[in-house]
Design a protein around this ligand. Structure first.
Ligand SMILES: *Cc1c(COP(=O)(O)O)cnc(C)c1O
Length: 356
C-alpha cells in the first residue's frame, strides 16, 4: 500500500548521515541544549532570512511562547482562521484571551483579508474585547496573503503572528515563510514539511527584545541562569537529538522542496477537471504540507481511492467554531460559509518528497 507521507523512504535516503548525527550526540552526551541546538538555530535563521530562530518543544508551545511575549491575556481578542488545526486557536484561549474566528478565502483556503477586517471592525464596535493580534496560518503549505494582512494589522495597530507549522519552505516573491509578521512559529512534528523524529518547534523574529524574552520563557523564565527566575515561564526546549536529526533534514530540504513541487505539478496535470486543485497565487511557492482538493462527492472519492490502495485524509472536517471546546463562543452554523463548505468537501492525497 502507498504511504500518505513516506518517512521510511526519507530515512532510507538519509540513514548514514542521520545515524552518524545521532551517534555524535550519544558520544558527547549533552542531551539538553547541546551544541547541535545552537547550530540548528543558526542554520534555521539563515534559511528563513531572519535575525533570530529559537527552537522549542513543539509547534503549539512555539505559539504559546509567542502569546506570552505579546502579553495576550483575559479580555484580549486574537483573530485567526476558523479553518485550521486546533492549536492555532487553542493557544489563545489557553492564555484566557478570546479567539475571534475569520472565514477562509475560497481559492487559497487561507484566512480571508476582507472578512478579517470585517471581524476586527465588529469587535471594535461591540466594545467588549481589546483587539490585540492576528494569527495567520500558512495552511497546507501555502503562505497566507501577508501583503494584505500586514496592511490590516498596521491599520488597526495589531501584532501579526505567522503560524508556519505547515508553511516552512514556502515563500512570497522570494521572502520565506517564517519571516512574515512580528513573530512566526513552526512545528517539526514528523509529518510536517520539515519534521524530526518526535516533537519539536521553532520561533522566528527580527526583534531582539522578543528573542531575549523567548529564550527566557522557554527555560522557566530564567534571568542570568536557570536558577535565577525573573518571570513565570515554561519548560519547552528542543532535544539535542532532534536538533541533530533536523540538521541533516534541513540540508536536504531544498531538494525535497523541489520534489514536492514536482509531485504537486503532476497532481495538477492529472486531476485538473476532476477536482478543484489547489491554487498558488503568482509569486507564491507552497511547501505542500498537504495536497488538498475540493471534491463534489468526497465520501465516494475516498472509498474509491481506498479500494485502489491510495490513502487519503480529511484536513479538516470540523472548523474551530464547530468544535465542542469552543461552544462557549456561541457561533452558529452559517457564520463562516466558505470555511464550512471547505470542511464538507476537501480531502488530501499522499504528498511527500519521495513519490515516484
Ligand atoms: C501542527 C500544527 C500546529 C502545532 O504543532 P505541534 O508541533 O503539533 O504542536 C500548529 N498550527 C498548525 C497550523 C499546525 O498544522
Amino acid at each position: 500500500m502507498m504511504q500518505f507521507i513516506d518517512l521510511a523512504a526519507q530515512y532510507k535516503h538519509l540513514k548514514t548521515k542521520i545515524d552518524k548525527r545521532i551517534q555524535d550526540v550519544l558520544n558527547h552526551g549533552h542531551y539538553i541544549m547541546g551544541p547541535e541546538v545552537q547550530e540548528l538555530e543558526e542554520k534555521l535563521a539563515e534559511y528563513v532570512g531572519v535575525k533570530h530562530a529559537i527552537t522549542c518543544a513543539n509547534g503549539t508551545d512555539a505559539l504559546t511562547l509567542t502569546m506570552m511575549v505579546l502579553d495576550i491575556k483575559l479580555g484580549d481578542a486574537v483573530f485567526c482562521p476558523t479553518f485550521t488545526f486546533f492549536a492555532t486557536a487553542e493557544v489563545v484561549a489557553y492564555e484566557g484571551a478570546t479567539p475571534v474566528f475569520v472565514d477562509s478565502d475560497e481559492a487559497t483556503f487561507n484566512i480571508c483579508p476582507a472578512d478579517l477586517e470585517k471581524r476586527i471592525q465588529a469587535t471594535i464596535s461591540e466594545g467588549k474585547l481589546t483587539p490585540k493580534a492576528i494569527i495567520a496560518v500558512d495552511l497546507f503549505g501555502l503562505p497566507a496573503n501577508y501583503p494584505e494582512i500586514q496592511k490590516i494589522a498596521d491599520k488597526y495597530n495589531l501584532k501579526l503572528v505567522e503560524d508556519a507549522a505547515q508553511g516552512f519552505g514556502g515563500s512570497i516573491n522570494g521572502k520565506c515563510a517564517g519571516s512574515f509578521g512580528d513573530i512566526a512559529t513552526t512545528s517539526f512534528f514528523p509529518a510536517k514539511p520539515l519534521g524530526c523524529y518526535g516533537d519539536g518547534g521553532a520561533i522566528f523574529t527580527n526583534n531582539d527584545e522578543y528573542a531575549e524574552l523567548l529564550k527566557s520563557y522557554r527555560v522557566h523564565g530564567k534571568g542570568s541562569d536557570k536558577y535565577d527566575n525573573v518571570r513565570i515561564g515554561m519548560n519547552s526546549r528542543l532535544d539535542t537529538i532532534q536538533a541533530a536529526i533536523l540538521l541533516e533534514k534541513l540540508a536536504e530540504f531544498p531538494t525535497e522542496l523541489i520534489n514536492r513541487n514536482k509531485a504537486a505539478d503532476n497532481y495538477k496535470k492529472t486531476l485538473a477537471g476532476k477536482y478543484k486543485t489547489p491554487q498558488v497565487p503568482k509569486g507564491y511557492i507552497s511547501s505542500w504540507a498537504q495536497y488538498t482538493v475540493v471534491s463534489a462527492d468526497r465520501d465516494a472519492d475516498i472509498v474509491n481511492y481506498k479500494a485502489q490502495g491510495v490513502p487519503t485524509m480529511v484536513y479538516y472536517c470540523k472548523c474551530m467554531h464547530q468544535q465542542t471546546a469552543f461552544e462557549m463562543l456561541d457561533y452558529q452554523e452559517g457564520d463562516f460559509p466558505v470555511a464550512e463548505k471547505l470542511a464538507r468537501s476537501v480531502f488530501s492525497l499522499p504528498m511527500h518528497s519521495y513519490m515516484d
